[in-house]
Design a protein around this ligand. Sequence first.
Ligand code: ADE
Length: 225
Amino acid sequence: MRIDIITVLPELLKSPFEASILKRAIEANLVEVHTHNLRDYTTDNYKSVDDYQFGGGAGMVMMVEPIDKCITKLKSERDYDEIIYMTPDGETLKQSIANEMSLKKNIIILCGHYKGVDQRVRDHFITREISIGDYVLSGGELGAAVFCDAIIRLIPGVLGNETSALTDSFQDNLLAPPIYTRPREYKSWKVPDLLFSGNFPEIEKWREEQAYQRTKDRRPDLLND
Ligand code: ADE
């Protein structure tokens, strides 16, 4: 998979890809992540990427021309499955979207900044708009990093144990059950005895019940999804 990220702040998108699972996925060539500085696609001496909005109003708007130049160049080099715009008024990111995206070959992610982008970018290039939650960030970069993390960990071969993404919270619309490790007893806080029984069908049943109960208590909305 290849992910091209268009941004005015490429430095914000460095460290998430330089550690842990994402770093290993890139080193193993399971994913390529390329960032593109929008200022490299400007034509004026000031390298302007934003301007005042027509009709008046507070805040700057990202201009159509540098974005057009960047996306058009990328599209001339390969076909893209999706061109995604990170924005608080997009569709809220959830596991099923990450699952779907992890199967794509090439995607572009455009990070919004200032008040957002000229509507013509959204009308003529963008195929999907994603929000990472109902709050406003200073820009789309951290949202894009979150989105990429959620996608990349699902690419086959990225997680050591292939099944471990299948038991994540939200897969099958269930939260994950409680988990424990050593020591068996800590400050008189005990691990449930069943986990030492060796009765794996019973352990599996207990985990399913716990996952269901936890989902019912914390996120009943998931059970009707
Ligand atoms: N840009 C600003 N806020 C955002 C959000 N909540 N999700 C995605 N991109 C954003």
